[in-house]
Design a protein around this ligand. Sequence first.
Ligand code: C2O
Ligand code: CU
Length: 542
Amino acid sequence: MTISRRQFLLRSGLVAAGTAVRDAYAAHEMPVAAEPQVSLLDTNSLARYVDELPLPPIMRSAGLRASPVNRAVRIPYYRINMRPFQAPVHRDVPPTSLWGYGGICPGPTLEVRRDQPVQVEWVNQLPARHFLPIDHSLHGAGRDVPEVRTVVHLHGGRTPPESDGYPENWFVPGKSATCYYPNGQDATALFYHDHAMGITRLNTVAGLTGMYLIRDELEDSLPLPRGPYEIPLVLFDRSFNSDGSLYYSTSGNADSPWVSQYYGSAILVNGKIFPNLRVQPRKYRFRVLNSSNGSFYRLSFGTAADVAAAGVEFLQIGSEQGLLQAPVALKELIVGPGERVDLVLNFAPWRGKQVYLRTDAAVFMQFQVGSAKTEDSPELPGMLRPAFRMQESAATRTRQLTIGDSQDRLGQSSVMLLNNTPWHMPVTEDPRLNSTEIWTFINLTDDSHPIHLHLVRFQVLDRRPFDLGVFQLTGKVVYTGPPDALSPGELGWKDTVRVDPQSIARIIVKFEGFAGRYVWHCHMLEHEDNEMMRPYDVLPSG
Ligand code: C2O
Ligand code: CU
């Protein structure tokens, strides 16, 4: 069927979780006249829960090779090819052409142990032409560089700079890059994804994303659901044309097709629309990753296939950088682009019934609970790991960093900027190795932005509304109310923080690990590709 974008947006019913603070589609509105009629697939009319949830395979090492940092030591070597492939996103949709690590999306899960380094050779076997609309007016995506470029970043990894996937270190089809991952950090779920300058949003929406699990002894010692009872849930939203091909929005202007946000009509889980997972009436651990380009989700579990159905309580046990101090019982939580949450849900009360996973206005996955009683893992302990709150007094420097956009004549936001400074300007953030700093993100826009720093983990100090007018006139921060309550999961270690509209979020960070050049950026990939990204240097401790 053929519908216009506006009808499509109205119909899709998919609303990002940021709706509490903004209308998810407000920032997405384009001049209607510029939109061609496209034949979009109405994903909401697809049969529900007819596909079983796929589970990404665990990547097998191709053997041992000399470590790049100590040739005398041999460490596991992995080789992952980025390839085009076709796969059905739903039983009744013709196969979709995508790009994937290992020829699948999500890519294979890498599973490693803390302090046991591995090396991964990322091989670009993609075609020379991109199948999504490149905007050559964006930074680093000009006509002077090859169309198809890739570089892999391990998001949340404490990785030496040369292996971190610096956006300008891209490589072209036929080439590869070998990265060294020391894994010197707490057990958690990281993820790897493309980070090529100016086309990250396109490479990622094409399918270049996958999970990376770090295990450690602390995690081993806890009675957490394991093996078949630990399930990765990789979420991203996509739209499709009725022939099954991927639909990516454009501005309607062939010279600058960039759009400030991409929202899909369907939320896929592990690459499927409306999947079903058969579970036993017992506890499960869900490793949830929001790998969407720009959508926030307010996740909850319901007892009926209806957004109004009663919510089911679950436990959050971890955030991006590992386990929380203690499990917290919740009925909903917000997961922004780039964020991960570690959840435990007990299906025992729903023997023989269904439980549903949903975001504000959409139910997108079903759990069919078996009726036979099964063995369960023990109750979780009250404490998962010792509490550790960083003290503001430990910080030797505070930086004020704005998040802003500038409008063009049409009133569309055209450039998104951090600290009012484009990507190519000299480095302005230069913490010393092992120093602690407070970064104060001042959001001047009407959108929530998920801000991510490479290399480090951090803690969120607070998030608080401020007077935008006063700030713009005088540069002074005047708070207009008390801090918003942080959700309990935001009190754990994080690597991405949501900065709400006209709010200030403060984080405290110790710059540990390695000196060198890294980046920090908004994890809405459309923003990141249009200047909302900055290099930063960790200076040697001197
Ligand atoms: Cu997940 Cu710099 O990104
Ligand atoms: Cu942003």
